[in-house]
Ligand binder design. Structure first.
Ligand code: HPA
Length: 275
């Protein structure tokens, strides 16, 4: 897709979503595998299936609903993506990150991203939540490749603070107030869809990664390129390959995500309240 086509695609999707809702959301939220229940917190919801939005794709992953929900959470106007697009599904990075540019074009300035991830650090045990402090994008094909979209951000974008400092401070405060233990660390991106090998996990651990997963980084890079503030949480669903006792499975990942989702819902909804 050339630049004009991509700009057109962003504009068409933006106009479609704007035609369905009569307010500008303040915060966009992306829900990862098994984290759908936050969508139930949206009051006065307007639900738009991805299949209705030009350029958006139906979700092919179990545990990802494939709907965009506009409404309010604790009085704040939100736009929630229940399910996301992954590179491993075969989508180009332009599609994986299309929603982010649409959010920016709608005037949304804050993004909260959640995911299910494998724990690498000793503290990142199944069922715990990790505040993402930074990420590795070594294995991520940059979503900013190709002609720069000057309308959104500069050619060479600084990535010193992808996950906004003040939002991380807020997340720590909200977690403490609600007695939710929050670990912190660096998230590593892999394309997937296969899980890592134990050798890969040993290498990632040496490099300083605390959790690993197949999403979030493309979206966070594009959100930063657009100048959005970003906050990210990983729900640790399993010990990464070679660190736990059993083989990894998607059903285990979604099962643990479901068990721990209450804390994630409390955390994210109260962050939204104070954002
Ligand atoms: N690796 C990659 N992605 C994941 C994992 C994992 O261990 N768990 C959940 N998503």
């Amino acid at each position: 897709m050339n630049k004009e086509e991509l700009m057109q695609q962003i504009a068409t999707a933006t106009d479609y979503i704007k035609s369905k809702i009569d307010f500008t959301p303040e915060v966009a939220v992306i829900l990862g595998s098994g984290l759908g229940p936050l969508a139930n917190e949206v009051e006065s919801p307007v639900t738009i299936p991805y299949s209705d939005i030009p350029g958006f794709k139906a979700s092919t992953v179990v545990g990802h609903a494939g709907t965009l929900i506009a409404g309010t959470i604790k009085g704040r106007k939100v736009l929630v993506m229940n399910g996301r697009f992954h590179f491993y599904e075969g989508h180009p990075m332009e599609t994986v990150t299309l929603p982010i540019r649409v959010f920016a074009a709608m005037g949304i300035t804050k993004l909260i991203v959640t995911n299910a991830a494998g724990g690498i650090g000793d503290e990142q045990i199944p069922g715990s939540i990790m505040l993402i402090t930074d990420h590795f994008s070594f294995f991520c094909k940059s979503p900013l490749l190709g002609p720069n979209l000057d309308e959104f951000g500069p050619r060479f974008k600084d990535m010193t603070e992808v996950y906004t400092h003040s939002l991380r401070e807020l997340a720590r405060k909200v977690a403490a107030e609600n007695n939710i233990s929050l670990t912190e660390g660096v998230y590593n991106y892999v394309t997937g869809p296969q899980y890592e090998t134990p050798a890969e996990i040993r290498a990632l651990k040496l490099l300083g990664a605390n959790a690993t997963g197949m999403s979030t980084v493309p979206e966070a890079i594009v959100a930063r390129h657009c100048g959005m503030d970003v906050l990210g949480f990983s729900l640790i669903t399993n010990k990464a390959a070679g660190l736990g006792s059993s083989e990894l499975s998607h059903s285990e990942v979604t099962e643990i995500a479901h068990k721990a989702e209450r804390n994630m819902v409390t955390l994210v909804s109260n962050v939204i309240k104070s954002i």
